[in-house]
Ligand binder design. Sequence first.
Ligand SMILES: Nc1ncnc2c1ncn2[C@@H]1O[C@H](COP(=O)(O)OP(=O)(O)OP(=O)(O)O)[C@@H](O)[C@H]1O
Ligand SMILES: [Mg+2]
Length: 399
Amino acid sequence: MAILFESSQFSGESLRPALGDDVVVVTTAAELRCAVDASPEETLAVFGPDAELETALDFASAQRVLRPALGVILVRRRIDSTVLAQAMRAGVREVIRASSNGALAEACERSQAVTMQVTARAQQSRPAATTEPGKVITVFSAKGGCGKTTIATNVAAAIAAGKRRVCLVDLDLPFGDVAIMLQLFPERTLADGITMSGHMDELGVGSIVTSHSSGLDVLVAPLDPAEAERISPALVTDLLTQLKRMYEVIVVDTPPAFTEPVLAALDMTDVHLLVATLDVPAVKNLKLTLEMLQMLNHSADKQRIIVNRSDAKVGLTVADVEEALHRTIACEIPSSRDVPTAINKGVPLVLEQPNHAVSVALRNLTLLDTTIVPQKPAAAGRHSTVKRVPFLRRGSVTA
Ligand SMILES: Nc1ncnc2c1ncn2[C@@H]1O[C@H](COP(=O)(O)OP(=O)(O)OP(=O)(O)O)[C@@H](O)[C@H]1O
Ligand SMILES: [Mg+2]
């Protein structure tokens, strides 16, 4: 099937033979939207010679993010370099001269072939849908520079290394460092998700994640700080709702402030990893954070307090922090120059040096706490490879 946008009945009729029998003809942008929404499986939209160029370009640039599988073909009476350049920028697959129905039919075939490749690729790269909704882990500290991004990237990489489907989301929107820390060169960022708000789906989210060599998927912060302002709390909620359907664990890195997007993420968070260092301002800020979370009705059961650089000899001790906060510290991460060295190399320390004291502390935190990473259900195939020895089993029962 194809959707044909054409305001002139005459032109519409003349294009029909090239599009086959199954064509829905629409004449306005509103009808086009209805037709597209009504057919989520539709893979081809053709704009006839009388369709407004701007409508076609707007549609193509929106759909290439929302529904990358939907091909857009533009038919024009005259084709010049300006139209071609605009069409290319918008993501139109082909521009065809109105007089050639044969060329249009061939372009439709080529577009369908591209759609098949796009869909196959999306299915390959897409993590298999999880039955249990994924867990959201948000790393937060109201004080800058405590080690949030270091912890978020390493925690996410450690969990992904255990063959879990993990997505790391950089909600430090204006100044996110995750892409740099993982040496990613993203083609898409969270800013490309803005047009998906309200109708986020698996294919859409799949089109904006960047895969890291460790198997981790990443939603990178916008590259332009001006775009960061356009990421609304509603978008964050939509996004996390969809990510929970696609991944077992979603790790969220945050800026050092209770921004609106952060509050939206905290509302959907299963485990808050709250970071402090051994200095009075950091501990004071953590105390205020705990009070704020209590005011927002977030249960203390969800909180894990991490002291980063816990071996720094600066007068305060981990015991002092526990006493000041009336809380137990869940994880102590030592200070090590290997941390910035690994960051500068763009490789998470947990992957580069899994036995490093910092790596062990972070892995223990995430992997031993089943609230953070739920037990993996026993793999069906595993039982079949285990040879059962009947008399041994009998013996163990009677013993
Ligand atoms: N355990 C550690 N040992 C040594 N250096 C560390 C450790 N943890 C973090 N750092 C260093 O501290 C600096 C700040 O870390 P990071 O960027 O993770 O903090 P942040 O809380 O995300 O900062 P911001 O609030 O600016 O986003 C980095 O240079 C990092 O290498
Ligand atoms: Mg950071």
